[in-house]
Design a protein around this ligand. Structure first.
Ligand code: ZN
Length: 262
C-alpha cells in the first residue's frame, strides 16, 4: 500500500512505485448542486470522492483530487408535468426549480466535456493504463459525455478509460432519487455535520417536488406520485442505511475495475 492514495500528497517516486504495482487512477467528479435545504451542495462529488478513495484502498491505484464539476440539460416538459408543474412550464435546468434559493453550479455540457478530456489527456501522459472516472451525478448529458470520452480514449490511446456512477440498487425496488431517502442517508454517513433534516417541516406535511427541487427516481420516467410529493422521504434517512449503499458502491466499483484489468 502507498503511504496515501491521494495523488496530491505523493512524491514522484511514490507515484511511480504505485504505478508499477497497480497502474490505476481514479478521478472522482460531480457538480456542486442543489440537493434541497437539508443537504450539502457537494453531495454528488463528496460521494464520488469517498467511493474512489475506499475503492483505491481495496483495489490498489491512486486517487486524483476531486473535479468539482458536472453538467445538466433542460428538464423535459413531460417530466416537469409529472412533478406537478403547470403550463406555462418554467425553464428548469437539472434540479433547479424556480423556488430554490440558489442555483446549482452546472457547467455547460461542451465545457464539461473539454475539461474532462484534458484531465484524461494528462492522466494518459502520466502513464496510467487504467483511468476510472467515478461519477457522482446521474444526469443524462453528464453520463453521455463521460461515456463518449471513455470510448474515445480507450480506442485512441494506449490507456483504458471506464466510467461509472457507483450508486447502485441493493434491492430491486430501491429508488435512488435526488436528495431523497437513500442519497440523504449517504450524507448522514459521510458528512453528518452537513445534514440538517430540521430544515424540512415536520411530518406528516408532504414535501412537494415543485417546492423542494428534490425528486424520486421514478418521476424521471414520468411515473407520477400522489399529491406530486416525495415518496422516499429524506426525513427517513439514516446513517446505517447510507453505509450499506456506500459499501455496495465500493464493491460494485471494485468488481468493475477487476473486470477492466483482466
Ligand atoms: Zn445527487
Amino acid at each position: 500500500m502507498p503511504r496515501t492514495v491521494h495523488m496530491e500528497l505523493l512524491r514522484p517516486e511514490e507515484i511511480r512505485d504505485e504505478q508499477k504495482k497497480h497502474n490505476i487512477v481514479f478521478l472522482p467528479l460531480g457538480p456542486l448542486e442543489w440537493h434541497g435545504p437539508a443537504m450539502p451542495y457537494g453531495t454528488d462529488p463528496l460521494f464520488a470522492s469517498a467511493v474512489a478513495e475506499k475503492t483505491a484502498l481495496k483495489t490498489g491505484g491512486l486517487v486524483m483530487p476531486t473535479l468539482w464539476m458536472g453538467t445538466e440539460r433542460k428538464r423535459e416538459d413531460e417530466i416537469l408535468r409529472t412533478k406537478g408543474f403547470e403550463d406555462p412550464l418554467p425553464y428548469v435546468k437539472g434540479m433547479d426549480v424556480p423556488k430554490n434559493m440558489l442555483p446549482s453550479m452546472y457547467a455547460r455540457e461542451d465545457v464539461f466535456g473539454v475539461v474532462v478530456r484534458e484531465y484524461l489527456r494528462m492522466l494518459v501522459d502520466l502513464g496510467f493504463k487504467l483511468i476510472v472516472i467515478v461519477n457522482g451525478h446521474g444526469a443524462v448529458g453528464q453520463r453521455a459525455t463521460l461515456e463518449r470520452l471513455a470510448v474515445e480514449f480507450s480506442n485512441e490511446t494506449s490507456s483504458k478509460v471506464i466510467q461509472f456512477l457507483p450508486l447502485v440498487k441493493i434491492n430491486e425496488n430501491d429508488d435512488l432519487g435526488h436528495g431523497t431517502k437513500i442519497e440523504t442517508s449517504l450524507m448522514c454517513c459521510l458528512h453528518p455535520e452537513s445534514v440538517d433534516l430540521n430544515q424540512f417541516p415536520a411530518k406528516p406535511e408532504k414535501l412537494k417536488y415543485v417546492d423542494y427541487g428534490l425528486a424520486d427516481d421514478f418521476v424521471f420516467s414520468c411515473h407520477s406520485s400522489p399529491d406530486n410529493a416525495i415518496v422516499f422521504d429524506p426525513r427517513d434517512a439514516d446513517e446505517s442505511l447510507g453505509k450499506k449503499y456506500i459499501d455496495a458502491a465500493v464493491a460494485f466499483l471494485n468488481e468493475k475495475v477487476l473486470e477492466a484489468i483482466e
